[in-house]
Design a protein around this ligand. Structure first.
Ligand code: SAH
Length: 381
């Protein structure tokens, strides 16, 4: 029997932004084929016995595996009778080459389903407080790619875009930002048009740089891919609409160890508190069973790239569980500030030689920016 391939949009980076259907497909897949923009946190949702295959699409358009080989891989796995989740950043059909994969599957007679995702061009500006349309300001939005110089000349009507007041959303545009600007200025878009570059939007790593069409390439020099460029009057609205970056836990991925003997609801409640304050919770483990090797490895990777910015530990057993499970990799936790509720937990943590702050009222503390900033001062942030 043929397996089914699910082409799933993972959303723009924040793991909460995958759809309900997308998460369901990801959790039950036997094979998961993913690319670079997919967060580790989502990979931790895969079934422990599933096969994970990285096909490394780089933001600049370079692929470790050629597109034809990726399509062939999906066909082969489905022919072997396996359920496949092809997990792609954003939406599969927006600058994601999902169309090519769908054509290959159709030609091979493989059943497939496409699960839409929040595309970066929509989700990322929203998290930067920039609405793409606004009454009286912009009633047209155009998604373009700044991917290749050749495309700049051929595929895209820059003269038309320059003449309109449409909001321009440019994917893969950072490397070609100066060329995009020159092209728009050449055809008459005003040099003082507000513009923004948003790096890793919706994730804890989100960074925003604001400028004008004219000076943005200069200002955004320090930002790296992946980034979305937004050009248009609506960028000015960020001043009143910036909502995500104002929240106390913005920019923090928060580790929440949840030992098996404690009720899962407690971890879920804490995760919600973190989310409500703008943080990105990382509950460990994801399932009410001992964490499989993969989940431990994903956490280890996240720690070693500085991706965990705070840990909240609710009991001595949670402390022991975390350090024992990580084994040798537990040394990576020394960079992370810890928060806990009671002196007993603090004493348990002290054995592992980490920086701890005790807070009887965790909820209150997680909402206190000044305290959180003080905590993080000695860490990597
Ligand atoms: N299919 C994807 C786009 C893939 S092209 C989608 O629908 O979003 C890859 C480009 O998307 C990157 O070069 C960058 O321009 C943009 N991108 C994806 N995720 C992003 C994020 N979190 N922040 C900023 N840009 C992002």
């Amino acid at each position: 029997m043929l397996g089914t391939v699910y082409l799933v949009g993972a959303g723009p980076g924040n793991p909460d932004l995958i759809t309900v259907r997308g998460l369901e497909c990801l959790r039950r897949a036997q094979v998961v084929v993913y690319d670079r923009l997919v967060s580790r946190s989502l990979l931790a949702e895969t079934a422990p016995e599933s096969e994970l295959i990285y096909v490394g699409k780089e933001g600049g358009g370079f692929h470790t595996l050629p597109q034809a080989a990726i399509s062939q891989l999906l066909v082969d796995k489905a022919r072997a009778g396996l359920t496949v989740c092809r997990l792609k950043g954003g939406d599969p059909f927006v600058f994601g080459r999902g169309g090519e994969e769908a054509i290959a599957l159709r030609r091979a007679g493989i059943p497939f389903e496409v699960v839409p995702g929040v595309t970066a061009g929509v989700g990322v500006p929203t998290f930067a407080g920039i609405p793409l349309t606004h009454r009286g300001m912009a009633s047209t939005v155009v998604f373009v790619t700044g991917h290749e110089a050749a495309e700049l000349r051929s595929g895209t009507d820059w003269a038309g875009l320059a003449a309109s007041s449409a909001t321009l959303v440019c994917y893969m545009g950072l490397g070609r930002l100066a060329e995009v600007r020159d092209e728009l200025l050449r055809y008459g878009r005003p040099a003082d048009t507000p513009a923004a570059v948003i790096h890793w939007g919706t994730r804890a790593e989100q960074r925003v740089v604001i400028g004008t069409l004219d000076d943005l390439p200069e200002r955004a020099r320090e930002l790296a891919q992946p980034a979305i460029v937004v050009i248009g009057q609506v960028v000015d609205l960020r001043e009143v609409m910036d909502w995500a970056e104002q929240r106390p836990l913005f920019g923090r991925r928060v580790l929440l160890p949840a030992p098996l003997e404690e009720p899962a609801e407690a971890a879920a409640e804490l995760a919600m508190a973190v989310r409500d304050r703008g943080g990105e919770p990382w509950v460990f483990p994801r399932r009410p069973e001992a964490p499989a090797w993969r989940e431990v490895e994903l956490l280890r990777q996240e720690l070693s790239t500085g991706g965990i910015h705070l840990a909240v530990v609710t009991s001595p057993s949670a402390a022991h569980f975390l350090f024992h499970t990580l084994g040798e990799s537990a040394s990576l936790l020394h960079e992370v500030p810890f928060l806990c509720k009671t002196p007993e937990t603090a004493a348990a943590l002290a054995r592992y030689d980490v920086r701890v702050q005790v807070a009887g009222d965790l909820g209150g503390l997680l909402g206190d920016s000044a305290l959180l900033n003080g905590l993080a001062a000695g860490g990597r942030r």
